[in-house]
Design a binder for this molecule. Structure first.
Ligand SMILES: [Zn+2]
Ligand SMILES: [Zn+2]
Length: 399
């Protein structure tokens, strides 16, 4: 019976595929930055309401929660899509390229939203046959440092939810392939600011001042020794400085420098130790040089850790849809961050990568690049894997 339902769901997905591609193009042409997803929200809401979903909105942000409930005693699976774009000027030259100056769907969140919407439409068509409840979480602000998933969780997005699935468009795999990963898939992402205070003086009389630039140079050097000399090489970590700002003129000893950077790890203990090591080092250098400092460290998204059995479900279903040879075990985690990790801290779930590279369509460019685009042919695969995995989860007893 389940097999019939799955096949019916797939034929509905085939039927609505062109419509879903159209939705993706509309979203792509009208990208909105994190926290400003208003047009996107109303487009999503209209489609979901027409399909009979129960919608929960917020007055604080543009995210929404949409429910298809069939049985209060049955399990509930959640499917999450992020909706925000990036401050990048699009250069793809595609007919559906961004009409908003300086804003672009350069991470593929337009495809995530379209895939979730298509899956939602198809599920609603077979509502009476569904073995459980389905919730769609349309999330804002994935690209912001706070991460919109936290807001959605605060709004109750995971209340009554037993499991969750999410995906990300991935230009390093071909359309028709997916990438999966058991355990840790992505790094935690923290940010920091270091301010160094020295004392200004004439450039010709350095002994009368405290050179904040020289102190900064020593700090930069020492921060680069933390990963190479103080952390177990078996635990990957990254400390990267993104900006250095300071100084006023070529002949004045600088008295104030601001440094900003990011830290990525895939291990909780390493993550907690890094800010302590950083501050020890900053403190020692400043003391020896007569400078003072201010160190601000903000913990961002945690590591993304996939649930073993939930990955199994994705892989089992994907093998049937695209063939075993097209399901790629990614083996190594990446040091990028993703706020889907917040959901995974609360309920079992899995995040997978949907291949979107098609050389002929120029969709093999990396994310956050002005020429990035998603191959439309990947949408159908995304909908089928999401839909089939949701049904699988709802009928599986153990999880
Ligand atoms: Zn991104
Ligand atoms: Zn993204």
């Amino acid at each position: 019976m389940m097999e019939d339902l799955k096949q019916n769901l797939f034929s509905t997905i085939d039927k609505i595929n062109e419509h879903v591609i159209g939705i993706r193009h509309d979203l792509h042409a009208h990208p909105e930055l994190s926290g400003h997803e208003e047009h996107t929200k109303y487009l999503v809401k209209g489609i979901l309401e027409a399909s009979g979903y129960l919608i929960k909105e917020s007055d604080k942000h543009f995210g929404l929660i949409a429910d298809l409930r069939v049985d209060d005693n049955a399990k509930t699976i959640a499917i999450r899509a992020d909706m925000d774009a990036l401050p990048i000027e699009e250069q793809t030259g595609k007919p559906y390229a961004s009409r908003e100056e300086g804003i672009m769907h350069a991470c593929g969140h337009d495809s995530h939203t379209a895939i979730a919407l298509g899956t939602a439409i198809a599920m609603a068509e077979h509502q009476e046959d569904l073995p459980g409840n389905i919730r769609f979480i349309f999330q804002p602000s994935e690209e912001s440092k706070e991460g919109g998933s936290v807001e959605m969780i605060e709004d109750g997005a995971l209340e009554g939810v037993n499991g969750i699935f999410g995906l990300h468009a991935y230009p390093y795999l071909k359309t028709g392939e997916i990438g999966y990963k058991y355990g840790v898939m992505m790094a935690s992402a923290d940010i920091f600011t270091i301010e160094v205070f020295g004392k200004s003086a004439h450039g010709a009389r350095p002994h009368e001042g405290v050179d904040a630039i020289l102190v900064t140079a020593m700090i930069v050097n020492s921060l680069n020794h933390i990963v190479s000399r103080m952390i177990d090489p078996l635990h990957p970590a990254v400390i990267s400085l993104g900006t250095v700002e300071g100084g006023r003129a070529s002949n004045i000893i600088c008295d104030h420098v601001i440094l900003k950077g990011t830290v990525r790890t895939i291990n909780e203990e390493v993550r907690n130790n890094i800010p302590l090591m950083m501050e020890d080092s900053i403190k020692g250098i400043c003391k020896s040089m007569g400078a003072t400092y201010h160190f601000d460290y903000e913990f961002g998204q945690p590591e993304l850790i996939n649930h073993h059995e939930m990955v199994d479900i994705i892989v089992q279903e994907a093998k049937e849809i695209i063939g075993e040879e097209h399901c790629i075990d990614l083996k190594d985690p990446v040091m990028g961050g993703e706020d889907f990790s917040e959901y995974l801290k609360i309920v079992p779930g899995a995040f997978f990568r949907l291949g979107t590279c098609n050389e002929a369509k120029k969709t093999c460019v990396s994310q956050h690049n002005s020429r990035f685009d998603v191959d439309d042919d990947a949408l159908q695969i995304g909908m089928k894997i999401m839909g089939a995995s949701a049904l699988h989860f709802l009928t599986q007893k153990e999880l």
